[in-house]
Design a binder for this molecule. Sequence first.
Ligand code: FAD
Length: 310
Amino acid sequence: VSKVLEEFEVEEQPSTVLENRFPNIKVIESGVKQLKSEEHCILTEDGHQHVYKKLCLCAGAKPKLICEGNPYVLGIRDTDSAQRFFFLDFPTGNCNIPPRYEIEGCEVIWAIKDKAIGNTFFDAGAAEFLTSKLMSEKSEAKIAHRRTIYTVEGAKKENRTKAKADNVGSALGPDWHGGLDLKGTEEFSHNIHIETRCEVKKIYLQEEFRIMQKKPLAFPKDQHKSVTVDKERWPVYVELTNGKIYGCDFLVSATGVTPNVHPFLLGNNFDLGEDGGLKVDDQMRTSLPDIYAAGDICTACWQPSPVWQQ
Ligand SMILES: Cc1cc2nc3c(=O)[nH]c(=O)nc-3n(C[C@H](O)[C@H](O)[C@H](O)COP(=O)(O)OP(=O)(O)OC[C@H]3O[C@@H](n4cnc5c(N)ncnc54)[C@H](O)[C@@H]3O)c2cc1C
């Protein structure tokens, strides 16, 4: 698309607006439970069956959590998971958070497997520049945005409670924390410590960790001083592959996403990419007839242009 498109605007409106404007569009508010590709039909959670001529699957992706089922490991992806994050209320403690700079009064330990932050997007020199900004006290005035900003501010409570853990909303985009007061209980602006070239080796719950009698490290306040042993008790402890162990209130797992293909696989022989997405060709066709896919659910299987960049 970027060959012909330079700019586009996104507007959020109720689905009825779309239906009124385009009579050929009908919006069904229900999740797809099953796809029967041979019969050209889908079953939705409200018990209905819908026959299609052509189908385009755009069910997005889910956060790839470093550890499933641990209440202290969060993935922030959609408005519902962001609300869970927000309601944690930031008690004092260490945490690994994607909007690291935005959170005040909270100690953040950021563990990354590369030698510098943002390795996928920019080089180590640019990372150095950004790291010093990240560590500095917040003093810069906010830059005015020229585009529409979407946040979870004002999201109705009943809408949130409706959403179950396995029934998530659409991806948040970069601005979800706008308007939220992301403040911990500590007085300082923010403290960030970065551990590079390491991964999370193991996560221990408090009781498990107590029995092991390992020594956790305190938050390194001064980059030049070696860290001391932590005196506090934390709900959860994280052991890194560099041997260091830190206690924290919670962990934010920001290690990418997994395509949300699950509801569509049963009984359908889709070709899947290495990341588990539905393979699509340059016409966005999947391997099954009359089924297309777009967005985070799919894996592009054509040769990228030499100027293709993430
Ligand atoms: C915090 C964050 C920041 C990001 N920042 C950027 C950025 O700055 N720039 C950028 O380009 N990208 C960014 N992204 C990525 C971008 O948001 C996604 O790539 C994009 O939203 C994917 O669009 P999609 O339509 O494929 O999926 P989504 O937007 O996730 O939409 C999928 C929809 O399908 C629905 N669905 C799922 N399963 C079913 C089912 N069984 N039946 C019916 N409906 C279903 C979901 O409820 C959802 O509404 C960010 C993502 C996150 C999480």
